[in-house]
Design a protein around this ligand. Structure first.
Ligand SMILES: [Zn+2]
Length: 321
């Protein structure tokens, strides 16, 4: 189904006829009055901040009357959200936006999305969540489709209490953004890094490889790419140096480059900023005409599951243009 901006009339119709407070997830409704709400009323940016709603009915009234272009709620809970004062805790979030993926085999330009790179973003979200569960022991992990990508929201109490620096370390860990000192360890960060580095290397084409390594060495990397991927997965990093024409300098440049690119699969600033506002599940992403929504089964999810009624009804007409 086509992705295109919604008209002001369609946005109004969405909030009048389709939006339902029952579509708000519990983690929002149970903390409603402690969150700051922000809105982009007309598509010019989320400048209408510092809003508080004491009841669901107040939020409902606001959305129906104002029909905002975008709606957001803070990841943080505050004693006084109207002033962003009295910070209590914040959802731990990862924002994986298909438009910003650093390597996109779909070929659509950076800044745009198609179903293929949204699917790629979904796989990244699943992989991050695996690490969050397996290595870090988080249990309350919620996936949200944001319109152009996915949000992971970790709601475990000890995740929500993490502060700035701890979130910074955590995002580096989950994304594989730092080259580990012991690359061969079978468990823990070394494993996460090698898996992420191997996955990324597999996706990289000639042009992208050129960004990380210089001329001559690059040819050898390209030639042995599959072998290097295999060695990374098996923890046999030293064996990469036995490949013809790949020296310590080239390997270091490769690993450092992979680490840097891996850090770009999520916007780390979103994870680290404990006062960030994030698109409100149940609201409309007017830029692409999709509902931002909590996903029950991420494996089988496609953006067609989030098509608002107005687009479904206009679907046949749009497809001809
Ligand atoms: Zn794409």
């Amino acid at each position: 189904m086509i992705m295109r901006p919604a008209t002001p009339e369609e946005i109004k119709r969405f909030y009048r006829e389709e939006w339902n407070k029952k579509d708000l997830p519990d983690f929002i409704t149970h903390t409603l009055s402690l969150r700051e709400f922000g809105f982009d009323l007309d598509g010019s940016g989320p400048s209408h901040r510092y809003n508080q709603f004491l009841t669901l009915e107040q939020l409902e009234e606001f959305l129906r009357v104002r029909a905002p272009y975008s709606a957001y709620a803070s990841v943080a809970l505050y004693e006084n959200p109207r002033k962003r004062e009295g910070w209590l805790k914040a959802d731990l979030v990862f924002d994986i936006d298909a438009k910003d993926l650093p390597v996109k085999p779909c070929g659509c330009p950076k800044g745009q999305v198609c179903y293929k790179c949204i699917e790629q973003a979904k796989q990244v979200a699943l992989e991050f969540a695996d690490v969050l569960r397996r290595d870090l022991g988080f249990r309350q992990i919620v996936f949200v489709y944001s319109g152009r990508g996915f949000h992971i929201r970790v709601l475990d109490e000890f995740a929500m209490r993490l502060e700035h620096n701890e979130r910074q370390q955590l995002v580096s860990y989950v994304t594989g953004a730092v080259v580990p000192t012991d690359l061969s360890l079978a468990l823990g960060y070394s494993k996460v890094f090698r898996e992420r580095a191997a996955k990324l290397l597999r996706l990289m084409n000639e042009e992208k490889l050129r960004e990380v390594v210089k001329r001559r060495a690059f040819k050898n990397l390209l030639r042995f790419k599959d072998q290097i991927v295999q060695y990374l997965l098996e923890g046999r990093v030293d064996d990469i140096l036995s490949l013809e024409g790949i020296g310590a300098g080239t390997l270091e440049a490769l690993l450092t480059g992979l680490a840097r690119i891996n850090s770009e699969f999520t916007d780390g600033k979103v994870t680290v900023d404990t006062k960030r506002i994030l698109r409100l599940p149940s609201s409309l992403h007017s830029g692409v005409s999709r509902k931002c929504m909590v996903i029950k089964n991420l494996d089988s999810f496609t953006p067609d599951d989030a098509v608002p009624r107005f687009l479904l009804e206009a679907g046949g007409k749009d497809a001809q243009h």
